[in-house]
Design a protein around this ligand. Structure first.
Ligand code: NAD
Length: 281
């Protein structure tokens, strides 16, 4: 059986460090840092994620607020409200919960949160800084994946790392982070010809395709590390990923579980970005 790359071990180590930073902020007399989540509609999965983000931020000592819009809110209503939050000096970090209703164009929404408060790391300025020596906020899910690799001492430098998916939220920043860590990176996407044979070259495979059980043993190099970013609810109501764990387990040396792998580390990384935003003032 492969090593299970679990989030709880990483959280047990890193959360106290964040708590200590927050305690330092409080001692310095800084006003309570404030983190705001913007939610449009009430998709059940989004409600769960938002509640987790707000609770974790509150537990850390943030003033954490939810700004809620109904699913039929107009694009300009939401954009204007975010403009108000951008100008509010008491707010350090803003996150827009995704997915948004269909009439919100992602390319436009990415520009709404001012880069200095963009704790999700999605504004093009922050995505661009990721390609330089000095990133500001790094997109939370790929940052969580790197935490998993670092914690379990999976060597990255000089390895071939594959990323299945090229979204602005996961795949692209993931490829940048692996490149920064000196991997040779292969990005696969929906138009890639024969992704299985490319994936089989990879020492590390990160799967963020949004397709339940897409990746089976035929994609895996024996001994590879496999990180499953996908989250789905299957027909039996169970949470599963993009990786068919039963098929992959006999071939991989390390595999992240779903749930309990990348998901909680996305929230930990978000909190790290929030603390960083608060420390910058
Ligand atoms: P997306 O739909 O925006 O992007 C999916 C990407 O996968 C696209 O770039 C597409 O080209 C590629 N793809 C689709 N089918 C493919 C195939 N057959 N072969 C190769 N590439 C293929 O999705 P996303 O927002 O990047 O999210 C991906 C998955 O990760 C989803 O399941 C999502 O729920 C999950 N997710 C999890 C977390 C977390 O915290 N764990 C955070 C964000 C997203």
């Amino acid at each position: 059986m492969p090593i299970s790359l679990r989030a709880d071990a990483v959280i047990a180590k890193e959360m106290p460090l964040l708590q200590e930073k927050m305690a330092t902020l409080r001692r310095s007399g800084t006003v309570a840092p404030r983190f705001v989540v913007v939610l449009v509609g009430s998709a059940p999965a989004s409600e769960i994620y938002v509640a987790k983000k707000i609770k974790t931020a509150s537990d850390l000592g943030f003033k954490a607020d939810l700004v809620r819009f109904s699913a039929d809110a107009t694009v300009s209503e939401v954009r204007d409200a975010i403009g108000v939050l951008n100008r509010d000096n008491s707010v350090n970090g803003i996150l827009i919960q995704r997915p948004l209703p269909a009439d919100f164009r992602e390319q436009e929404v990415l520009l709404w949160v001012t880069p200095e408060k963009d704790v999700d790391g999605l504004h093009p300025e922050n995505q661009g800084l990721l390609a330089t020596e000095e990133p500001r906020f790094v997109s939370c899910t790929p940052m969580g994946v790197m935490k998993l690799l670092t914690h379990y001492k999976i060597p990255v430098a000089g390895k071939i790392a594959g990323v299945v998916g090229r979204s602005f939220i996961v795949g692209r920043p993931m490829a940048q982070l692996l490149l920064r860590a000196d991997a040779t990176v292969i990005t696969m996407h929906s138009r890639t010809k024969d992704p299985q044979s490319l994936a089989r070259q990879c020492d590390i495979l990160i799967v963020a395709a949004g397709k339940m059980n897409l990746v089976d043993a035929s994609w895996i190099k024996p001994g590879a590390t496999v990180i499953d970013v996908g989250i789905h609810r299957n027909a039996e109501g169970k949470i599963v990923g993009d990786v068919d764990a039963v098929s992959v387990a006999p071939v991989a040396d390390a595999l992240s579980p779903v749930p309990g792998g990348v998901g909680p580390l996305t929230i930990l990384s978000l909190m790290e970005n929030c603390v960083q935003a608060a420390m910058r003032g």
